[in-house]
Ligand binder design. Sequence first.
Ligand SMILES: *[C@@H]1O[C@H](CO)[C@@H](O)[C@H](O)[C@H]1NC(C)=O
Ligand SMILES: *[C@@H]1O[C@H](CO)[C@@H](O)[C@H](O)[C@H]1NC(C)=O
Ligand SMILES: *[C@@H]1O[C@H](CO)[C@@H](O)[C@H](O)[C@H]1NC(C)=O
Ligand SMILES: *[C@@H]1O[C@H](CO)[C@@H](O)[C@H](O)[C@H]1NC(C)=O
Length: 232
Amino acid sequence: MSCRASIIFLFLFSFLTSFSASAQDPVLNHVCSDRTTYSRNSTYSNNLQTLLSSLSLSSANTSYSTGFQNATAGQNTDMVYGLFLCRGDLSPESCLTCVAFSANEILIRCPIETQAVLYSDECMLRYSDKTILSTLTTDRGVMIPSTRNVPPNYNYRKFDARKVIWTTQQTLYGLVQCTPDLTKQDCLRCLQLSINQLPTDKIGGRVLYPSCSSRYEVYAFYNETTIRRPSP
Ligand SMILES: *[C@@H]1O[C@H](CO)[C@@H](O)[C@H](O)[C@H]1NC(C)=O
Ligand SMILES: *[C@@H]1O[C@H](CO)[C@@H](O)[C@H](O)[C@H]1NC(C)=O
Ligand SMILES: *[C@@H]1O[C@H](CO)[C@@H](O)[C@H](O)[C@H]1NC(C)=O
Ligand SMILES: *[C@@H]1O[C@H](CO)[C@@H](O)[C@H](O)[C@H]1NC(C)=O
């Protein structure tokens, strides 16, 4: 191996290592409501458990391959509303894996709050004691600039890694997504807000809201062959 080749190899190796290290925590962020809480063993707590299991089981069903589902559990003041949204290119199996993981993780991170949202790399899971379906929600958004170091390894076979990373390559990959319960107008409003928050001084980044998200990178972070085109 020439010196140059070994330097490139080491370069790639360190990226792959950091990629697998970061892949161990798929959670990007979570937001627990800071206003209201419930007590253990309460009706709300039981309803929440029911809701989370129905959401994480429902995604196993092929009828949920749309990557979105909403559900409610309980009645009156103890009613819990919840939904999940998987990234548009995910298979139903990967969607299920992400939602099942998130349903468990969200209670660890938000153990007593009546409202919570958990963002992970491949899905978003959310619940509330207020109705959330068809309701545009853009408060408490999360902006995550690119970490620069997680190009998928298949790109290495096609391009010089430095070209990919140091942007001599012009291709930008973008993905925007709304929860499909929103009206087209609300979706566009949400995307406009989120796109305006995207970092411009980084070579990638994402903005996450309960109702929509946007992301761009210099590498293909989604599976281009399976991306679901939104219906008109
Ligand atoms: C909650 O329920 C469990 C089992 O029913 C019981 O052991 C525990 O003491 C209860 N905790 C509270 C705080 O009521
Ligand atoms: C999937 O949905 C169909 C129709 O709603 C239902 O009959 C079936 O039992 C579901 N399967 C699973 C594994 O939940
Ligand atoms: C929300 O869930 C209800 C009950 O399963 C279902 O009838 C409705 O179509 C869902 N709404 C959306 C926008 O998916
Ligand atoms: C994209 O999805 C297809 C179909 O599920 C799969 O065969 C292919 O391996 C995926 N490609 C990548 C890069 O994950």
